[in-house]
Design a protein around this ligand. Structure first.
Ligand SMILES: C[S@@+](CC[C@H](N)C(=O)[O-])C[C@H]1O[C@@H](n2cnc3c(N)ncnc32)[C@H](O)[C@@H]1O
Length: 224
């Protein structure tokens, strides 16, 4: 599905979030408290926006590796890296988040934006992240949620379940992809449940921080 929408993905991301997605990514990278020396792994990197944000932040990660299993998404990411002259410090690897192609305790930080809910076995992915992170290494995960605030919740659900899939279908010309988005968010763990999963995988200092009225949560944690 992601291969089929790859060329329209960035445009729709910025359109459907009114550009706020860039702010969410910058916030996630800030939570890593980078010093300029880190090796960062961006899982489910897709078209690479979070990997790019890690490499262009100030201070930036020294090296970033982006992993995704959708070849067409990685092709879009590769073009962007070349255009921005980042291809020598951001490496893209085709791989699975539940079998991360990296040695144990080899990375300083792991990031995932809007990818974890798509992973079939979330527990396996969290165990793998814990394996590849150095002790004390940081994790930042961005994921959609359904706001709970009365008023906001109703308006958001209408936008998310009705308007967004229509715009998505019109622009991407893919029937299912933007109907899948609200369905997958509804099926994903609640913030409390995801915090529990992270703790079970050996993470400490786990927080779930609501962004933009709880439309998105930033989960931060450290490898214990
Ligand atoms: C919604 S996109 C997010 C892309 C990007 N991180 C962003 O912020 O825009 C989700 C991505 O997760 C990838 N993905 C889903 N399950 C995966 C898995 N098990 N291993 C690797 N990539 C996966 C998909 O191929 C897709 O590119």
């Amino acid at each position: 599905m992601f291969d089929a929408i790859a060329t329209k993905y960035d445009f729709l991301n910025h359109l459907l979030s009114a550009g706020i997605d860039r702010r969410w990514r910058r916030r996630a990278i800030r939570s890593l408290a980078l010093t300029g020396r880190e090796r960062v792994l961006d899982l489910c990197t897709g078209t690479g926006d979070l990997a790019i944000a890690a490499r262009t932040a100030r201070p930036a990660a020294a090296r970033v590796v982006g992993v995704d299993f959708a070849a067409a998404m990685l092709r879009v990411a590769r073009d962007k890296l070349w255009r921005r002259r980042l291809a020598d410090t951001v490496t893209l690897v085709r791989g699975d988040a539940t079998r991360i192609p990296a040695a144990g305790a080899s990375v300083d930080a792991v990031t995932i934006a809007f990818g974890i809910r798509n992973v079939e076995n979330i527990n396996a992915a969290c165990d793998e992240i814990s394996r590849v992170l150095k002790r004390g290494g940081r994790l930042a995960v961005l994921e959609f949620s359904i706001p709970t605030m009365p008023g906001v919740r109703g308006a958001y659900l209408w936008y998310f379940n009705h308007l967004l899939p229509r715009i998505g279908r019109l622009v991407s010309r893919h029937d299912a992809a933007y109907g899948y988005l609200p369905a997958s968010v509804g099926a994903f763990a609640s913030p409390g449940e995801f915090v529990k999963i992270l703790r079970q995988s050996g993470f400490i200092d786990v927080s779930a921080i609501p962004l933009t009225m709880g439309i998105v949560f930033l989960y931060t944690a450290r490898r214990g």
